[in-house]
Design a binder for this molecule. Structure first.
Ligand code: MN
Length: 315
């Protein structure tokens, strides 16, 4: 169950899996399943996130098992984690893809395993929420993003896209907005109601400016208070990060967080009852030299694993 040791076998040897973990589709005897969701059929702008799971896996071979920011927790001695590969998708057909994603996450949840997913564009979060809410009830959403993704529809009235999942989730009663928080909104707007529409749905909304004013420690307190022990799904859109540190995304938004600020925020989180999470909107076709977006996405997912390991260890 332990990943390949990079002091024994060089990182470039072997087929890359997430953090060099064992890869197979079995859900037996594990606590966490790393699931790739290679769908970009919900992207209104730059498609290519279908290539993200494998691009992130390729850069994740850099990561080591011990997280020094959480008292030196060894993720894989605390949690049994497996890379279960990718779920099937139907390119260009979002609702058909939704059925396959929901099926995969339902199986993971039914086995009592926590899914941690690699997107895919942000449309892939909705079917995961559907699967997990059926098991846990309406979820508390902790949503890092520069956009609210609570618009009603796109183009010819399309209700499912990367820009609508968190309105659909409230309508479907699978997210409890009163215990959910959106973090990082910034930039220009389609209409003056782009941020207030989330508040009207019941979400707490913190803009990028709010987060800089608050600081990482106080932000963690706000998130903990808001979710109040309820089952949490944490969704992280890579465009939360400034395009200088994460250029490979669908919809870049200038004026965001550095890689260090982003990781500091995640490392301060605690007291969350995490039942699932995802890192979405990495687009390798637009990534910078050195695959910096994929590297940061891999690091962010490893921070979510460390958060879960920290909670399990304390429990
Ligand atoms: Mn998003």
């Amino acid at each position: 169950m332990l990943p390949v040791d990079s002091l024994t076998l060089p990182r470039f040897c072997g087929v890359p899996t997430f953090m060099r973990l064992e890869q197979n589709g079995s859900l037996e005897g594990i606590d966490v399943a790393i699931l790739g969701i290679p769908s970009d059929s919900g992207g209104p702008y730059r498609t290519g996130a279908r290539f993200a799971p494998n691009a992130i896996r390729a850069m994740s071979v850099m990561l080591r098992p011990i997280n020094p920011y959480r008292g030196g927790v060894n993720i894989f001695e605390t949690l049994r984690v497996r890379d279960v590969g990718d779920c099937g998708v139907v390119p260009g057909y979002l609702e058909e893809s939704y059925r396959l994603i929901e099926e995969a996450v339902t199986a993971i949840a039914a086995a009592g395993v926590v899914p941690m997913s690699l997107g895919g564009d942000h449309s892939v979060t909705l079917p995961q929420l559907r699967a997990l809410a059926r098991r846990h009830g309406p979820l508390a959403l902790v949503h890092f993003d520069s956009h609210s993704d609570t618009w009603d529809s796109y183009f010819a009235g399309l209700r499912y896209s990367a820009g609508t999942p968190f309105r659909r989730a409230v309508e479907e009663d699978i997210v409890d907005a009163a215990h959910s928080i959106q973090i990082g909104m910034r930039g220009s707007l389609f209409s003056p109601t782009d941020v207030s529409q989330s508040v009207e749905l019941g979400y707490e909304v913190l803009t990028t400016d709010d987060v800089f004013a608050l600081g990482a420690e106080k932000l963690a307190e706000r998130i903990r208070a808001r979710t109040a022990g309820r089952p949490v799904f944490l969704t992280f859109d890579m465009d939360f990060v400034d395009p200088s540190a994460a250029p490979g995304v669908q919809t870049p938004e200038a004026g965001g967080f550095s890689a260090h600020e982003t990781l500091t925020i995640l490392r301060k989180l605690n007291g969350l009852n995490l039942v699932g999470g995802d890192v979405v909107e990495t687009n390798p076709l637009y990534d910078g030299p050195g695959q910096i977006t994929a590297l940061l996405a891999a690091t962010i997912l490893s921070e979510l694993l460390a958060l879960l390991a920290d909670e399990r260890r304390g429990a």
